[in-house]
Design a protein around this ligand. Structure first.
Ligand code: SF4
Ligand code: MG
Length: 337
């Protein structure tokens, strides 16, 4: 397809001492410029691994990747490390959950923002330093012209997060991947950072992948949602579609266990029963079937434990229930108990 980013039938398997971990097990999605895709799921759902693979940050010796990752038509799964290196920071960048994994304590914040800019844009040290201060100002660091020469330890946690965002954005990346970038922050700073990402997206027209386990955050930032479970995408649609009329029993569970959204739909929070599937020995059929309370409702000769449900292109869920059942059961779920 001609999408800006197109992931086609992606499999990412790792060899471990315990066996093969099927971290991503057949994933397809498209992303256009100026749009934000929220990928939501519990830890171990494959959301982080997917994005490390896009950036080429997996360990190639231990990882078995198949399928395609096309960035403006350029295939990344088979790209050389040199190519990936020049794309990272320039065309694509990542914001991590923990700024300390991205910021070195030994160099000033400004130098760490300036360095990739100098490298990719070929400008002078002085120009790059000015650019670093400008970026710090853009991400809302007060007195950016002075603070640019501070070391990371002189910044508060929220400021370090902003500095990391400045570092990720300094080369105006076309694709920005944010992996739980606000989880460690207090609610006020979280909201500021989310606003900031939206502003910067408007200015630069970047495509953003926003990874989180929190549907409440997704509701604020994303245009589209991809729900992942056990290495597979189980539901996709626009934010409005997925949050108002979710079709997959796992998404229903996520919604009822989210405090901020549950306030609207459900009096009491209901955590999802059971544990996430093993990626070493994933359950056959639907990966959610050991935890799903609708297994016995499926008709038409389909078996939840035997037949793998497919996720349709566009809006839909990978579940054997009929469209009518998906509506009825969701409404029953959100009725006040
Ligand atoms: Fe539940 Fe079956 Fe649908 Fe999977 S396919 S979510 S087990 S009803
Ligand atoms: Mg993760």
């Amino acid at each position: 397809s001609g999408a800006f980013l197109s992931v086609r039938d992606l499999y990412v398997h790792f060899d471990t001492e315990g066996g093969t971990v099927k971290a991503v097990d057949g994933l397809s999605f498209d992303l256009e410029r100026g749009r934000t895709l929220g990928i939501v799921g519990e830890s171990g759902s494959g959301k982080s691994v997917t994005n490390l693979s896009i950036l080429g940050l997996h360990n190639p010796k231990k990882t078995d990747i198949s399928g395609e990752i096309l960035l403006e038509g350029q295939e990344l799964t088979t790209a050389r490390e040199k190519t990936l290196e020049s794309l990272r920071g320039n065309k694509m960048a990542m914001i991590f959950q923990d700024p300390l994994t991205a910021l070195s304590p030994y160099y000033t914040v400004g130098r760490q923002i300036a360095e990739p800019y100098r490298k990719h844009m070929g400008v002078s040290k002085r120009e790059a330093h000015l650019r670093a201060a400008e970026m710090l100002d853009k991400v809302g660091i007060p007195n950016a012209k002075l603070r640019v020469d501070d070391y990371p330890h002189q910044f508060s946690g929220g400021m370090r997060q902003r500095a990391m965002i400045a570092m990720a954005l300094v080369c105006n990346p076309d694709l920005l991947i944010a992996d739980e970038p606000t989880t460690a922050l207090d609610v006020t700073v979280q909201a500021q950072i989310l606003d900031l990402l939206k502003d910067l997206q408007q200015e630069f027209g970047s495509a953003i992948i926003f990874i989180t386990h929190d549907l409440g955050v997704i509701a604020n930032v994303a245009d589209d949602i991809l729900v992942m479970y056990g290495g597979r995408a189980v539901e996709r649609g626009s934010v409005a579609e997925v949050l108002r009329a979710p079709q997959h029993p796992y998404t229903w569970g996520l919604l009822s266990s989210m405090p901020r959204l549950a306030g609207d739909v459900n009096e009491e929070l209901v955590p999802i029963k059971g544990t996430p599937p093993s990626l070493l020995a994933p359950p056959p059929g639907c990966p959610f079937h050991p935890r799903c309370e609708y297994v016995d409702e499926v008709a038409g000769g389909k078996s939840c434990s035997g037949d793998r449900p497919r996720l349709p292109e566009g809006r839909g869920a990978a579940c054997h229930l009929t469209g009518e059942q998906k509506k009825t059961f969701f409404i029953e779920q959100i009725k006040p108990r």
